[in-house]
Design a protein. Structure first.
Length: 580
């Protein structure tokens, strides 16, 4: 039977109140279990510029300030998600300014329309970067020094440590220390003999995880900044049979980082051979895409070999550092326009229209630069507002498509004549008519002339302006071409930060000492004690496990006849000071 003492002083240990020197000895035993800087009594900095600079640097490189700056950075990013940004959608920003007379100028002054490039956001970002480096560099060198050093020697009074046990044995002190050293090394402790005790330490991965976490934050900050400064993103709508070359003039719209150079665009080209889409015909998911893919031929470089591939949703085409995503799909009615004399002014030409809903109800504009001559003999241009339904519900139904596939296509046109404004010398939308210099064609009732056409049908314009024939429908696909530098580094930093944080939270750094000395009666007294970085039940539990194994190698000394116990007189004190 084993005897567990409660509230008693173990055999072989001194009694009395610990002195100040002993308290300092215990403090030294638990020191350097972390690389966190020691807390010092607050005091005023030295007078002069150097003193204030030193004080400011200490505050900036403290972990409290780093966490505060990280919080401010997170809060500062919120307006960038809620308020329209000039780098993302300049039109929304202009609309916001027009509709908000008070908030618009205020947001301009605060830089909320370009949060990520504003002075205040950049200041927080740079300060956080400097703060993290100032925290990590000294702690890294301190940790390297701890790895190169050895665990400190045992304190004088091991029984004052949070976890403690003792027993007497007939084995020699040297044998006990040798057995303890072998056992602790087998359990992956860094151990060595110091005087009459064995000192061991374990759990260095905790501080390594802490440093990895903070280094990973720096990597993520650098990767984020690099990606924002050198990224680009553009969109291109391509009709079946048409192609695209990765040059700035080929994009429908293009956005890039502040340091991006258009000469850095990856040289490649591709053409859309076919878009294939199928949809659920019935049930609650009717109209949901089942197949949504584009077949393209592409080549890398100016004289690269042409290859064929299929681009699907979330399965982009990757060429060098760029990715080509399939992001949208729509229809382009094919029209033939003739003037009054039967001359073809638009020959079987497809005009892309933009979808308005999930059933691809589409609208847009058809512009005919070579129009007709009016009654005065002046040449005018033709313009049409177009409204397209891939699946028309039939007579009496609303002008909305009922299904996204081409099952019953119908095109509605309303006609105008005059000056389209496309030759004015400045950019205009090709999906909307500028009616400033246009006049409506009138029907017999004096209303705007408009007509619904099915494939193969023709409408005749008033006043001998000509005819328009709906020849068929061509499909188009919208692509987004992006390059996000350092995205791999950002991902690696995020993974490393999670692993480092897990290590710093779940790994316990602790020390164990085993002292074996010969007592006054010639019997060896063995003491074991443990100390952890934080209060945890793991230290007493681990110490008890180690003590049980070591006790099997160095058992109790022989007892007198009046001593009934035949096992060690032990106790383990928990982190709260209660004996177990």
């Amino acid at each position: 039977m084993s005897k567990t003492t409660t509230g008693k002083t173990p055999k072989g240990t001194p009694t009395g109140t610990p002195t100040a020197g002993e308290d300092q000895d215990l403090g030294a035993a638990g020191s350097q279990l972390t690389t966190a800087p020691r807390e010092e009594a607050p005091g005023l900095p030295s007078l002069g510029v150097v003193g204030w600079v030193r004080w400011f640097w200490r505050q900036l490189t403290s972990m409290r300030v780093a966490l505060l700056l990280l919080l401010l950075l997170s809060l500062g990013a919120i307006p960038g998600s809620l308020i329209p940004q000039e780098g993302v959608d300049a039109l929304k920003v202009e609309d916001f300014r027009e509709n908000h007379d008070i908030l618009g100028p205020l947001y301009d002054k605060l830089g909320l329309f370009h949060v990520y490039s504003s002075v205040w956001f950049s200041a927080i970002y740079i300060l956080l970067f400097v703060s993290l480096i100032g925290c990590i560099v000294p702690r890294t060198w301190q940790f390297v020094g701890q790895l190169r050093g050895r665990p400190p020697g045992a304190p004088r009074r091991l029984n004052r440590l949070p976890a403690y046990t003792t027993w007497r044995t007939g084995a020699e002190p040297e044998q006990v220390r040798e057995a303890a050293l072998t056992l602790l090394k087998k359990r992956r402790f860094r151990a060595h003999t110091v005087g009459d005790a064995v000192a061991a330490e374990k759990g260095y991965a905790r501080e390594a995880g802490n440093l990895v976490f903070h280094i990973a934050l720096i990597v993520m900050l650098i990767a984020f900044a690099w990606g924002q400064l050198f990224k680009y993103e553009g969109n291109k709508l391509i009709l079946e049979g048409d192609g695209f070359s990765n040059t700035l003039t080929q994009y429908d719209d293009f956005k890039s980082g502040n340091l991006f150079d258009p000469d850095q665009l990856d040289p490649f080209s591709f053409s859309l051979k076919d878009f294939h889409g199928t949809y659920e015909p019935t049930g609650p998911n009717r109209g949901t895409p089942r197949v949504y893919e584009a077949t393209v031929d592409y080549s890398e470089g100016a004289f690269g070999e042409e290859k064929s591939t299929t681009i699907k949703v979330n399965e982009p085409l990757e060429i060098d550092g760029s990715k080509v995503y399939l992001v949208s799909h729509g229809y382009a009615p094919i029209l033939t326009v003739k003037d009054a004399k039967g001359n073809v002014v638009m020959d079987h030409e497809a005009t892309a229209l933009l979808p308005l809903d999930s059933n691809v109800t589409s609208s847009g504009a058809v512009m005919v630069r070579d129009g007709y001559r009016n009654a005065e003999g002046a040449k005018e241009q033709l313009g049409f507002n177009a409204f397209f339904l891939p699946t028309y519900g039939g007579e009496g139904s609303t002008m909305l498509s009922t299904f996204p596939a081409l099952t019953n296509p119908m095109l509605a046109l309303s006609a105008y004549h005059g000056d389209l404004g496309v030759d004015a010398g400045f950019a205009k939308s090709i999906y909307q008519l500028d009616k400033t210099n246009l006049k409506e064609f009138k029907d017999s009732d004096g209303e705007l002339f408009k007509k619904q056409l099915k494939v193969g049908e023709t409408m005749t314009l008033p006043n001998g302006a000509g005819t328009v024939t709906f020849d068929g429908v061509q499909e188009w696909a919208g692509f987004q071409i992006t390059q996000q530098p350092a995205s791999g580094w950002a991902l690696a930093g995020a993974v490393a930060a999670i692993l480092g944080l897990a290590g710093s939270l779940f790994i316990q750094r602790r020390r164990v000492w085993v002292r074996a000395v010969r007592g006054a009666d010639g019997v060896t007294v063995v003491e074991m004690a443990g100390l952890g970085r934080s209060e945890s039940a793991k230290v007493p539990e681990e110490l008890g496990d180690l003590a049980g194994i070591l006790y099997g190698q160095a058992p109790d000394a022989p007892k007198n006849d009046d001593d009934t116990p035949d096992s060690p007189d032990t106790h383990v004190v928990s982190a709260e000071g209660a004996e177990q």
